[in-house]
Design a protein around this ligand. Structure first.
Ligand code: CP3
Length: 356
Protein backbone atom coordinates (compact mmCIF):
# COMPACT_ATOMS: atom_id res chain seq x y z
CA UNK A 1 0.00 0.00 0.00
CA UNK A 2 1.51 3.32 -1.05
CA UNK A 3 0.73 5.64 1.85
CA UNK A 4 2.43 8.67 0.22
CA UNK A 5 0.12 8.36 -2.75
CA UNK A 6 -2.84 8.02 -0.42
CA UNK A 7 -1.91 11.23 1.42
CA UNK A 8 -1.36 13.22 -1.74
CA UNK A 9 -4.70 12.26 -3.36
CA UNK A 10 -7.37 14.94 -2.85
CA UNK A 11 -10.02 12.19 -2.67
CA UNK A 12 -8.50 10.94 0.58
CA UNK A 13 -10.85 13.30 2.46
CA UNK A 14 -13.84 11.39 3.85
CA UNK A 15 -16.45 11.53 1.10
CA UNK A 16 -19.11 13.18 3.26
CA UNK A 17 -16.98 16.34 3.26
CA UNK A 18 -16.57 16.25 -0.50
CA UNK A 19 -19.67 14.82 -2.08
CA UNK A 20 -22.22 17.53 -2.91
CA UNK A 21 -24.99 14.95 -2.43
CA UNK A 22 -23.87 13.96 1.08
CA UNK A 23 -23.19 17.59 1.99
CA UNK A 24 -26.69 18.61 0.88
CA UNK A 25 -28.19 15.76 2.96
CA UNK A 26 -26.54 17.45 5.96
CA UNK A 27 -27.65 20.96 4.82
CA UNK A 28 -24.05 22.02 4.14
CA UNK A 29 -23.36 24.47 1.29
CA UNK A 30 -22.35 23.04 -2.11
CA UNK A 31 -20.89 24.59 -5.29
CA UNK A 32 -23.88 23.33 -7.30
CA UNK A 33 -27.15 21.57 -6.54
CA UNK A 34 -26.63 17.80 -6.50
CA UNK A 35 -29.00 15.74 -8.63
CA UNK A 36 -29.98 12.09 -9.00
CA UNK A 37 -33.20 10.38 -10.11
CA UNK A 38 -35.42 7.75 -8.59
CA UNK A 39 -35.50 4.80 -11.01
CA UNK A 40 -32.44 6.18 -12.77
CA UNK A 41 -31.62 2.61 -13.79
CA UNK A 42 -34.46 1.17 -15.81
CA UNK A 43 -36.20 0.45 -19.05
CA UNK A 44 -35.86 3.96 -20.50
CA UNK A 45 -32.13 3.13 -21.01
CA UNK A 46 -31.01 0.93 -23.91
CA UNK A 47 -28.13 -0.49 -21.82
CA UNK A 48 -30.65 -1.65 -19.20
CA UNK A 49 -33.00 -3.16 -21.79
CA UNK A 50 -30.06 -5.08 -23.27
CA UNK A 51 -29.49 -6.77 -19.88
CA UNK A 52 -33.24 -7.25 -19.30
CA UNK A 53 -33.48 -9.07 -22.66
CA UNK A 54 -31.33 -11.77 -21.09
CA UNK A 55 -32.33 -11.73 -17.41
CA UNK A 56 -35.51 -11.13 -15.42
CA UNK A 57 -35.68 -8.31 -12.89
CA UNK A 58 -35.22 -10.79 -10.02
CA UNK A 59 -32.31 -12.50 -11.77
CA UNK A 60 -30.54 -9.14 -12.01
CA UNK A 61 -31.13 -8.59 -8.28
CA UNK A 62 -29.94 -12.11 -7.37
CA UNK A 63 -26.64 -11.69 -9.28
CA UNK A 64 -24.62 -9.02 -7.47
CA UNK A 65 -22.32 -8.39 -10.43
CA UNK A 66 -25.34 -7.71 -12.70
CA UNK A 67 -27.03 -5.53 -10.05
CA UNK A 68 -23.78 -3.58 -9.70
CA UNK A 69 -23.44 -3.18 -13.47
CA UNK A 70 -27.00 -1.85 -13.80
CA UNK A 71 -26.48 0.50 -10.83
CA UNK A 72 -23.48 2.01 -12.63
CA UNK A 73 -25.22 2.53 -15.99
CA UNK A 74 -26.91 5.86 -15.15
CA UNK A 75 -23.88 7.07 -13.21
CA UNK A 76 -21.78 6.75 -16.36
CA UNK A 77 -24.45 7.86 -18.85
CA UNK A 78 -25.86 10.84 -16.96
CA UNK A 79 -23.20 12.17 -14.57
CA UNK A 80 -25.58 12.11 -11.58
CA UNK A 81 -24.25 12.91 -8.11
CA UNK A 82 -25.38 9.69 -6.42
CA UNK A 83 -25.91 6.06 -7.35
CA UNK A 84 -28.89 4.10 -6.07
CA UNK A 85 -28.40 0.42 -5.55
CA UNK A 86 -30.30 -1.69 -8.06
CA UNK A 87 -32.74 -3.82 -6.07
CA UNK A 88 -36.46 -3.66 -5.30
CA UNK A 89 -38.43 -2.71 -2.20
CA UNK A 90 -40.21 -6.07 -2.33
CA UNK A 91 -37.13 -8.34 -2.09
CA UNK A 92 -37.54 -8.79 1.70
CA UNK A 93 -40.96 -10.44 1.24
CA UNK A 94 -39.25 -13.45 -0.40
CA UNK A 95 -37.35 -14.65 2.71
CA UNK A 96 -40.44 -13.83 4.78
CA UNK A 97 -42.04 -16.68 2.85
CA UNK A 98 -44.24 -14.86 0.31
CA UNK A 99 -43.90 -15.75 -3.37
CA UNK A 100 -42.90 -12.70 -5.45
CA UNK A 101 -43.14 -12.46 -9.22
CA UNK A 102 -42.95 -9.55 -11.63
CA UNK A 103 -45.56 -10.25 -14.27
CA UNK A 104 -44.95 -8.62 -17.66
CA UNK A 105 -46.66 -5.23 -17.76
CA UNK A 106 -48.46 -5.81 -14.46
CA UNK A 107 -45.89 -5.10 -11.81
CA UNK A 108 -45.35 -7.20 -8.70
CA UNK A 109 -47.59 -10.17 -7.83
CA UNK A 110 -47.55 -11.86 -4.42
CA UNK A 111 -49.15 -15.30 -4.68
CA UNK A 112 -49.96 -15.83 -0.99
CA UNK A 113 -50.91 -12.44 0.46
CA UNK A 114 -51.26 -11.78 4.19
CA UNK A 115 -54.86 -11.73 5.49
CA UNK A 116 -55.01 -13.09 9.03
CA UNK A 117 -53.04 -13.18 12.28
CA UNK A 118 -52.02 -16.76 11.38
CA UNK A 119 -50.49 -15.40 8.18
CA UNK A 120 -48.51 -12.79 10.12
CA UNK A 121 -47.32 -15.38 12.64
CA UNK A 122 -46.30 -17.68 9.79
CA UNK A 123 -43.87 -15.10 8.34
CA UNK A 124 -40.47 -16.76 8.48
CA UNK A 125 -37.71 -15.58 10.83
CA UNK A 126 -35.40 -13.42 8.79
CA UNK A 127 -31.59 -13.69 8.60
CA UNK A 128 -30.73 -10.60 6.63
CA UNK A 129 -27.05 -11.34 5.99
CA UNK A 130 -27.80 -14.74 4.52
CA UNK A 131 -31.33 -14.35 3.14
CA UNK A 132 -30.53 -11.05 1.41
CA UNK A 133 -26.75 -11.51 1.24
CA UNK A 134 -26.82 -10.90 -2.52
CA UNK A 135 -27.88 -7.27 -1.88
CA UNK A 136 -24.97 -6.71 0.51
CA UNK A 137 -22.60 -8.32 -1.99
CA UNK A 138 -23.74 -5.88 -4.72
CA UNK A 139 -23.03 -2.99 -2.33
CA UNK A 140 -19.54 -4.34 -1.63
CA UNK A 141 -18.80 -4.66 -5.36
CA UNK A 142 -20.05 -1.11 -5.94
CA UNK A 143 -17.84 0.29 -3.20
CA UNK A 144 -14.85 -0.67 -5.29
CA UNK A 145 -16.31 0.72 -8.52
CA UNK A 146 -17.96 4.01 -7.60
CA UNK A 147 -14.95 6.09 -6.56
CA UNK A 148 -16.27 9.48 -5.38
CA UNK A 149 -19.97 8.93 -6.20
CA UNK A 150 -21.89 7.98 -3.05
CA UNK A 151 -24.14 4.93 -3.03
CA UNK A 152 -27.71 5.14 -1.72
CA UNK A 153 -29.16 1.98 -0.17
CA UNK A 154 -32.90 1.71 0.34
CA UNK A 155 -35.91 -0.15 1.59
CA UNK A 156 -39.65 0.26 1.36
CA UNK A 157 -41.35 1.85 4.35
CA UNK A 158 -43.53 -0.54 6.37
CA UNK A 159 -46.81 0.89 5.06
CA UNK A 160 -45.89 0.59 1.38
CA UNK A 161 -44.40 -2.90 1.77
CA UNK A 162 -47.39 -4.03 3.88
CA UNK A 163 -49.77 -2.75 1.20
CA UNK A 164 -48.22 -5.13 -1.38
CA UNK A 165 -48.16 -8.01 1.12
CA UNK A 166 -51.88 -7.52 1.82
CA UNK A 167 -53.19 -6.54 -1.63
CA UNK A 168 -51.01 -9.09 -3.46
CA UNK A 169 -50.32 -6.61 -6.27
CA UNK A 170 -50.33 -2.89 -7.05
CA UNK A 171 -53.49 -1.13 -5.90
CA UNK A 172 -55.31 2.16 -6.38
CA UNK A 173 -57.69 2.19 -3.45
CA UNK A 174 -55.81 0.04 -0.89
CA UNK A 175 -59.13 -1.43 0.22
CA UNK A 176 -57.77 -4.67 1.68
CA UNK A 177 -55.03 -2.73 3.46
CA UNK A 178 -57.45 -0.22 4.97
CA UNK A 179 -59.94 -2.96 5.83
CA UNK A 180 -57.23 -4.72 7.84
CA UNK A 181 -56.29 -1.44 9.58
CA UNK A 182 -59.84 -0.55 10.50
CA UNK A 183 -61.36 -4.01 11.11
CA UNK A 184 -58.45 -6.06 12.44
CA UNK A 185 -56.06 -3.53 13.98
CA UNK A 186 -54.29 -6.25 16.02
CA UNK A 187 -53.30 -8.01 12.79
CA UNK A 188 -52.23 -4.70 11.21
CA UNK A 189 -50.08 -3.73 14.20
CA UNK A 190 -48.50 -7.20 14.39
CA UNK A 191 -47.59 -7.00 10.69
CA UNK A 192 -46.19 -3.45 11.01
CA UNK A 193 -44.19 -4.45 14.10
CA UNK A 194 -42.66 -7.39 12.22
CA UNK A 195 -41.92 -5.27 9.15
CA UNK A 196 -40.31 -2.45 11.06
CA UNK A 197 -37.89 -4.95 12.67
CA UNK A 198 -37.08 -6.67 9.40
CA UNK A 199 -36.64 -3.43 7.44
CA UNK A 200 -34.45 -1.91 10.16
CA UNK A 201 -32.18 -4.98 10.07
CA UNK A 202 -32.09 -4.77 6.30
CA UNK A 203 -31.06 -1.09 6.20
CA UNK A 204 -28.47 -1.54 8.93
CA UNK A 205 -26.95 -4.43 6.96
CA UNK A 206 -26.80 -2.23 3.86
CA UNK A 207 -25.02 0.47 5.87
CA UNK A 208 -22.53 -2.08 7.24
CA UNK A 209 -21.88 -3.25 3.68
CA UNK A 210 -21.05 0.33 2.62
CA UNK A 211 -24.19 2.29 1.68
CA UNK A 212 -23.38 5.96 2.40
CA UNK A 213 -26.98 7.17 2.56
CA UNK A 214 -30.32 5.37 2.61
CA UNK A 215 -33.78 6.17 1.35
CA UNK A 216 -37.05 4.86 2.76
CA UNK A 217 -39.68 4.65 0.02
CA UNK A 218 -43.21 5.19 1.33
CA UNK A 219 -44.47 5.57 -2.23
CA UNK A 220 -48.18 5.00 -1.58
CA UNK A 221 -48.59 6.52 1.90
CA UNK A 222 -50.48 9.47 0.39
CA UNK A 223 -53.54 7.21 0.27
CA UNK A 224 -53.95 7.83 4.03
CA UNK A 225 -55.46 10.69 6.01
CA UNK A 226 -53.12 12.43 8.47
CA UNK A 227 -55.04 10.86 11.38
CA UNK A 228 -54.59 7.33 10.00
CA UNK A 229 -50.95 8.02 9.19
CA UNK A 230 -50.36 9.10 12.77
CA UNK A 231 -52.05 6.06 14.35
CA UNK A 232 -51.20 3.25 11.95
CA UNK A 233 -47.92 4.20 10.27
CA UNK A 234 -45.88 6.93 11.97
CA UNK A 235 -44.72 4.87 15.00
CA UNK A 236 -43.32 2.15 12.71
CA UNK A 237 -41.61 4.45 10.21
CA UNK A 238 -40.16 6.34 13.16
CA UNK A 239 -38.60 3.17 14.60
CA UNK A 240 -36.69 2.51 11.41
CA UNK A 241 -35.69 6.14 10.90
CA UNK A 242 -34.41 6.46 14.47
CA UNK A 243 -32.38 3.24 14.34
CA UNK A 244 -30.69 4.39 11.15
CA UNK A 245 -30.10 7.90 12.45
CA UNK A 246 -28.15 6.38 15.33
CA UNK A 247 -25.63 5.11 12.72
CA UNK A 248 -24.92 8.64 11.47
CA UNK A 249 -25.78 7.88 7.84
CA UNK A 250 -28.12 10.39 6.13
CA UNK A 251 -31.66 9.14 5.63
CA UNK A 252 -34.08 10.30 2.95
CA UNK A 253 -37.76 9.82 3.79
CA UNK A 254 -39.80 9.72 0.60
CA UNK A 255 -43.49 9.53 -0.24
CA UNK A 256 -45.89 10.81 -2.88
CA UNK A 257 -49.22 12.61 -2.51
CA UNK A 258 -47.97 13.71 0.89
CA UNK A 259 -48.89 17.42 0.95
CA UNK A 260 -51.11 16.93 4.02
CA UNK A 261 -48.72 14.44 5.64
CA UNK A 262 -45.45 16.39 5.46
CA UNK A 263 -45.38 17.68 9.07
CA UNK A 264 -46.07 14.15 10.36
CA UNK A 265 -43.47 12.61 8.06
CA UNK A 266 -40.99 15.09 9.47
CA UNK A 267 -41.97 14.00 12.99
CA UNK A 268 -41.35 10.38 11.97
CA UNK A 269 -37.84 11.41 10.94
CA UNK A 270 -35.32 11.72 8.14
CA UNK A 271 -32.51 14.13 7.36
CA UNK A 272 -34.06 14.73 3.94
CA UNK A 273 -37.77 14.65 3.08
CA UNK A 274 -38.91 13.89 -0.47
CA UNK A 275 -41.38 16.29 -2.07
CA UNK A 276 -43.51 15.42 -5.07
CA UNK A 277 -44.65 17.89 -7.74
CA UNK A 278 -48.11 18.41 -6.26
CA UNK A 279 -46.69 21.07 -3.93
CA UNK A 280 -44.32 23.89 -4.97
CA UNK A 281 -40.89 23.14 -3.49
CA UNK A 282 -40.74 26.31 -1.37
CA UNK A 283 -44.24 25.71 0.07
CA UNK A 284 -43.32 22.12 0.93
CA UNK A 285 -40.06 23.24 2.54
CA UNK A 286 -41.96 25.90 4.54
CA UNK A 287 -44.30 23.20 5.89
CA UNK A 288 -41.28 21.17 6.99
CA UNK A 289 -39.22 24.00 8.47
CA UNK A 290 -35.54 24.70 7.90
CA UNK A 291 -34.15 21.92 10.12
CA UNK A 292 -34.52 19.41 7.33
CA UNK A 293 -33.20 19.05 3.76
CA UNK A 294 -35.56 18.43 0.84
CA UNK A 295 -35.37 16.29 -2.28
CA UNK A 296 -37.40 16.88 -5.43
CA UNK A 297 -39.58 17.77 -7.12
CA UNK A 298 -39.93 17.75 -10.93
CA UNK A 299 -42.97 15.95 -12.31
CA UNK A 300 -41.58 12.82 -14.07
CA UNK A 301 -43.99 13.50 -16.93
CA UNK A 302 -42.25 16.86 -17.54
CA UNK A 303 -39.26 14.90 -18.87
CA UNK A 304 -41.37 14.03 -21.92
CA UNK A 305 -41.83 17.74 -22.78
CA UNK A 306 -39.60 19.70 -25.21
CA UNK A 307 -36.29 20.86 -23.71
CA UNK A 308 -37.23 24.58 -23.34
CA UNK A 309 -40.32 23.59 -21.32
CA UNK A 310 -38.21 21.27 -19.15
CA UNK A 311 -35.70 24.06 -18.59
CA UNK A 312 -38.43 26.45 -17.43
CA UNK A 313 -39.61 23.90 -14.88
CA UNK A 314 -36.12 22.98 -13.66
CA UNK A 315 -35.29 26.65 -13.18
CA UNK A 316 -38.54 27.27 -11.35
CA UNK A 317 -37.65 24.56 -8.82
CA UNK A 318 -34.12 25.90 -8.39
CA UNK A 319 -35.46 29.45 -7.93
CA UNK A 320 -37.80 28.19 -5.23
CA UNK A 321 -34.88 26.45 -3.46
CA UNK A 322 -33.13 29.84 -3.70
CA UNK A 323 -29.63 28.49 -3.10
CA UNK A 324 -30.48 27.40 0.43
CA UNK A 325 -28.19 24.55 1.58
CA UNK A 326 -30.06 21.26 1.73
CA UNK A 327 -31.74 20.89 -1.65
CA UNK A 328 -31.17 17.70 -3.65
CA UNK A 329 -32.69 17.88 -7.11
CA UNK A 330 -34.75 14.84 -8.11
CA UNK A 331 -38.10 14.00 -9.62
CA UNK A 332 -41.21 13.81 -7.47
CA UNK A 333 -41.36 10.07 -8.29
CA UNK A 334 -39.50 7.59 -10.52
CA UNK A 335 -38.47 8.09 -14.16
CA UNK A 336 -41.18 6.87 -16.56
CA UNK A 337 -40.43 4.15 -19.06
CA UNK A 338 -40.70 6.19 -22.28
CA UNK A 339 -38.53 9.07 -21.09
CA UNK A 340 -35.85 10.19 -23.60
CA UNK A 341 -32.40 9.61 -22.08
CA UNK A 342 -31.09 12.86 -23.59
CA UNK A 343 -33.75 14.80 -21.67
CA UNK A 344 -32.63 13.22 -18.41
CA UNK A 345 -29.00 14.05 -19.19
CA UNK A 346 -30.02 17.61 -20.13
CA UNK A 347 -31.66 18.05 -16.70
CA UNK A 348 -28.45 16.98 -14.95
CA UNK A 349 -26.55 19.64 -16.95
CA UNK A 350 -29.23 22.31 -16.33
CA UNK A 351 -29.09 21.71 -12.58
CA UNK A 352 -25.29 21.71 -12.49
CA UNK A 353 -25.02 24.86 -14.61
CA UNK A 354 -27.79 26.87 -12.93
CA UNK A 355 -26.56 30.21 -11.68
CA UNK A 356 -23.21 30.01 -13.52
O1 CP3 B 1 -32.85 2.98 -10.17
C1 CP3 B 1 -33.45 2.79 -9.09
O2 CP3 B 1 -34.27 3.61 -8.63
C2 CP3 B 1 -33.12 1.56 -8.29
C3 CP3 B 1 -33.93 0.42 -8.50
C4 CP3 B 1 -35.34 0.32 -7.95
C5 CP3 B 1 -36.27 -0.62 -8.49
N1 CP3 B 1 -37.38 -0.60 -7.72
C6 CP3 B 1 -36.03 -1.50 -9.65
C7 CP3 B 1 -37.22 -1.84 -10.46
C8 CP3 B 1 -35.96 0.94 -6.87
C9 CP3 B 1 -35.45 2.06 -5.95
C10 CP3 B 1 -37.25 0.35 -6.74
C11 CP3 B 1 -38.20 0.72 -5.67
C12 CP3 B 1 -39.60 0.27 -5.78
N2 CP3 B 1 -40.08 -0.92 -6.22
C13 CP3 B 1 -40.69 1.03 -5.34
C14 CP3 B 1 -40.58 2.39 -4.68
C15 CP3 B 1 -40.34 3.45 -5.68
C16 CP3 B 1 -41.52 3.82 -6.49
O3 CP3 B 1 -41.39 3.75 -7.73
O4 CP3 B 1 -42.52 4.20 -5.90
C17 CP3 B 1 -41.86 0.30 -5.58
C18 CP3 B 1 -43.27 0.74 -5.29
C19 CP3 B 1 -41.46 -0.96 -6.12
C20 CP3 B 1 -42.32 -2.09 -6.51
C21 CP3 B 1 -42.26 -2.31 -7.96
N3 CP3 B 1 -41.18 -2.86 -8.62
C22 CP3 B 1 -43.25 -2.01 -8.92
C23 CP3 B 1 -44.60 -1.37 -8.63
C24 CP3 B 1 -42.76 -2.41 -10.16
C25 CP3 B 1 -43.46 -2.40 -11.47
C26 CP3 B 1 -43.59 -1.03 -12.02
C27 CP3 B 1 -42.88 -0.92 -13.34
O5 CP3 B 1 -42.25 0.12 -13.54
O6 CP3 B 1 -43.01 -1.86 -14.14
C28 CP3 B 1 -41.45 -2.90 -9.96
C29 CP3 B 1 -40.53 -3.37 -11.00
C30 CP3 B 1 -39.22 -2.67 -11.07
N4 CP3 B 1 -38.36 -2.50 -10.03
C31 CP3 B 1 -38.62 -2.14 -12.23
C32 CP3 B 1 -37.38 -1.62 -11.85
C33 CP3 B 1 -36.33 -0.95 -12.71
C34 CP3 B 1 -39.28 -2.17 -13.60
C35 CP3 B 1 -38.38 -2.53 -14.71
C36 CP3 B 1 -38.23 -3.96 -15.07
O7 CP3 B 1 -39.16 -4.78 -14.99
O8 CP3 B 1 -37.13 -4.23 -15.54
Amino acid sequence: MNSTMHLSTPTSLPSEFESPFLRACCRLPTDFTPVWFMRQAGRYMAEYRAIRDKYSLLEICYHPELAAEVTLQPVHALGVDAAILFADILLPVIPLGLGLEFAKGEGPIIGNPVCTMEDVLALRPFQVETDLGYVMEAIRILQGELKETPLIGFCGAPFTVASYMIEGSSSREFLKTKTMMYSAPDVWHALMEKLSQVLTDYLLAQIRAGAQAVQIFDSWVGALSPQDYESYVLPYSRKILQSVKAKGVPVIHFGTNTTTLLPLMKQAGGDVIGLDWRIPLDDGWALLGDKVAVQGNLDPAALLAPLPEIKKRVEDILRRADGRPGHIFNLGHGILQNTPVDHVKAVVDMVHEYGN
